[in-house]
Design a protein. Structure first.
Length: 158
């Protein structure tokens, strides 16, 4: 039987409550009340993979862009609120990314980007409303840089 901890988190029910660790969140299902929103987001074609290891994805939102790391972090305000107030609860973007990956509904530009470009894109999404560099790349279909190496240094060293 599910119970409640002293902090009010639901325990004993997979996917219905909050999680103690990122690994628990990573393997859980969305709360039932989020299922329609998760499905809508997953099939919106707004997830763009910019790096493969670890998986870094940008969600291109109408009111702002968010950075997702694998299936356990999102830079959206909802994720932050749920994490700081109630424990690791995730957000609809985290669950939708998993669904989008399963259904091949992500765009992948990771092979076109250097480490420096990924850092710039993530910085823009984290500090401003939009990742303008990524949006420009997608809109113009630009080939980015000559060094698409994902290794350390990105070719900038002598």
């Amino acid at each position: 039987m599910a119970g409640r901890t002293a902090r009010g988190r639901c325990t004993g029910t997979s996917g219905a409550g909050y999680h103690e660790t990122a690994w628990e969140l990573r393997g859980s299902n969305p709360p039932p009340q989020w299922e329609d929103r998760v499905r809508t987001l997953a099939f919106s074609n707004r997830f763009v993979v910019v790096w493969r290891d670890p998986l870094i994805t940008i969600y291109l939102g109408e009111n702002g862009d968010y950075v997702l790391v694998d299936s356990y972090y999102c830079s959206c305000p909802g994720f932050t609120m749920r994490t700081t107030r109630r424990g690791l609860g995730g957000c609809s973007h985290v669950y939708a990314l998993r669904e989008a990956l399963r259904n091949g509904r992500v765009r992948d530009v990771s092979s076109k980007l250097s480490a420096g470009m990924v850092a710039e894109i993530a910085w823009e999404a984290l500090t401003g409303p939009y990742a303008f560099t990524l949006r420009r790349i997608l809109a113009l279909g630009e080939e980015v840089g000559e060094n698409n190496d994902h290794g350390e240094g990105g070719g900038d060293e002598d």
